[in-house]
Every structure is written in C-alpha cells, then in structure tokens.
Design a protein around this ligand. Structure first.
Ligand code: F6P
Length: 338
C-alpha cells in the first residue's frame, strides 16, 4: 500500500510514500491528511506556469508503479479527477470525503459530522455576545455551493435565521424575523449564513451566468463563460458583511460578522466520522479485491455500496427545499429569509 503525496500533483510527479502499519498507526485521531493534498485538476495542471493535461503522465506512473488500483479520497473535484482517470483506463475508486456533504449518490460524507460539531459549538459561543450585547451576529459557515453544513449547524445551534444557497434571501424578510423576535423580548439574533447563500438578486445574476456556461457551444466560449461565472461568484463573496450593514440599518441593532473559515475543517475528527471512514474504507478494500472499479463507495443507510462514478462526477447534491431539516427548522420558528 502506497500513498501519493499532495493528491493528484504527487501522482503526476510520482511522489509517494509507503503506508505500512507504522505510518498508519495513530492516524485515526488526526485531522487533515498525513499525505498532504492539492486542488490540482489532472487535465489542467499548472506546470511551469502553464496548464497541462497530465493524464498520460499519470497513466505512465500508474504502470511504472504497477498499481492494482487507485483509491482517491475527496469531494466533487476528486470525483471529477477520478472519472477522468477511470475513463483513461485506470482502476479507480473514490471515497466520499468532504465537510460539504454535497456528493450525489451517498447519504453522508466523512468530514461533515466533525465540521457540524465545530460549527455548532461556534454558534453556541456566538450566542453569548449576541445575547449580552444585544447584537445580530452573522456567522459564515462553509459548504461550497450547498447549504448542508449551515443548515445542520444552524438547527443544532438554534440559529434564529439560516441562509442557504438553495433558498435565496430577501433582506426585508430577515429583518422582519429579527424585529418579530425583538417584539417578543429577544433583542439579539444569531444568523447562520452558508458561504454560498445569496440574495434573490444575486442568485438571479448567478443563474444567468450559469446558463451562459451551459449554452456555450465551443470550448473557448465555455472557458469565457466559466470565467464570467467565477467573476460573478467573486463579486458576491463579501455578501455576509454587506448583509450585516443592511440588517443594522433595517433593525437598529448592532451587527457583527464571524467567518468560521478553516477552523471548521481542522482538528480531531469526531466518532461518527471515524466510524464512517472505517466502514467505507474497509468496504472499498473489499471491492478492490473483487475487482470493482469506476465507483464511489457510498453510505446508504447503514450499508456501504458502490455507485458508478458517472453518477457522481460533475454533480452537486443540494439541500432539497422540502427537506425534513428545513421543515423542522421552520416549525421551531427559524427564519430562512424567504
Ligand atoms: O470543500 C471543502 C471546502 O472547505 C468548502 O466548504 C470551501 O468552499 C472550500 O473547501 C474552500 O477551499 P480552499 O481550501 O481551497 O480555500
């Protein structure tokens, strides 16, 4: 068993280390990855300042190292990379590891439960200042384009308002929720804001940019449309701070922002994540022995099952707007800004 350093970059550069029992001993309690990681794309890797397709190089390394299988741990980007390598003829499998919980085909991803605990703890702690200083505190929670983490932690931490990418918000509606709470004697509010949450206007702008990507009929047109979409996304990035000012003006309550950032992604993994990683990892090893490839090992109920990579790669599992978590949150008077 060997582990490539720094994800796809190490695979392209053939940098690996042996994963014997001494190397693996004690890592159950360690966050991050002992191997290092990278955000590289196998078909567009920056080499000497230029994007290069490294799939052939990777295949040569795969052959030279006499690999039986390549097991890739990660989220959406990893699934796309893995699918490309699988299409190029390599025996590839993925395990769903992301705090975002946004992979299609699996009920859960490992990393999510730990991040949920951290974000919940943060909301608990933010309540102290919100309550004592009579403030609105907006806390921005990761999750990329999906709202699972903000929704889960928002419910668990008793956030008064939860803003999700899947439910575009109106500032007036959020302000109404806060004013209603004040009328009921609570002159503070904690708002869990998913990093991908957007106002109705911003969501419409992004949807238009996404439509251009879908409609593009040439590779150049597609690249230009993607660049435009990235610019639109970047222009929305500071929305939590803008929203704080708008809510302060609309309610008269002082507003503050706390971005949780990478704190959510670090530290000791919780028991549920260790259990899930062990379940999926061992199932993955069995599937490798059986010669099952081109799949992600998914959690379905209590079982680990293989799901074809083509059903996973390039897709995002958003929170359905009729999800039971949203219904439950609404029943305890949580606002969604809709
Ligand atoms: O996918 C995990 C995640 O933490 C997302 O929630 C977030 O959008 C992104 O990664 C941040 O990426 P980076 O580490 O490249 O800043």
């Amino acid at each position: 068993l060997i582990g490539f350093r720094d994800g796809m970059r190490g695979l392209a550069e053939n940098r690996f280390t042996e994963l014997d029992s001494a190397a693996l001993s004690g890592i159950l309690t360690v966050g991050g990855t002992i191997l290092g990681t990278s955000r590289d794309k196998v078909h567009k890797m920056m080499v000497d300042g230029k994007p290069r397709n490294m799939i052939d190089t990777i295949r040569k390394n795969y052959e030279k190292d006499e690999l039986d299988a390549l097991v890739c741990l990660g989220g959406g980007g990893t699934a796309k990379n893995a699918k490309r390598l699988s299409d190029a003829g390599m025996n590839v499998m993925t395990l769903p590891k992301t705090i975002d919980n946004d992979l299609v085909g699996t009920d859960r991803t490992f990393g999510f439960a730990t991040a949920l605990e951290i974000a919940t703890d943060a909301i608990d702690r933010l309540h102290s200042t919100a309550h004592s200083h009579h403030r609105i505190i907006l806390t921005e929670i990761m999750g990329h384009r999906a709202g699972w983490l903000a929704l889960g932690a928002g419910i668990a931490g008793g956030a008064d308002v939860i803003l999700l990418p899947e439910v575009p918000y109106n500032v007036e509606s959020i302000a109404e929720t806060i004013k209603r709470r004040r009328a009921g004697g609570s002159n503070f509010s904690v708002i869990a804001v998913a990093e991908g949450a957007r106002s109705v206007a911003d969501a419409a702008e992004l949807a238009a940019a996404e439509a251009l990507v879908k409609e593009a009929d040439s590779p150049e047109g597609r690249d230009a449309a993607k660049q435009h979409r990235r610019a639109v996304e970047a222009s929305h990035r500071a929305h939590t701070f803008a929203l704080a000012s708008q809510l302060e003006a609309a309610t008269g309550l002082e507003s503050r922002v706390s971005i949780l950032g990478y704190v959510q992604r670090g530290g000791i993994p919780c028991g549920r994540d260790r259990q899930l990683a062990t379940l999926l990892g061992t199932a993955g090893a069995d599937l490798v022995s059986q010669g099952v490839f081109g799949v992600m090992v998914a959690a379905k109920g209590e079982q680990a099952v293989p799901v074809p990579l083509e059903e996973v790669a390039g897709r995002v599992r958003y929170v359905p707007t009729d999800h039971p978590w949203i219904r439950a949150a609404k029943e305890v008077n949580t606002g969604f800004g809709d």
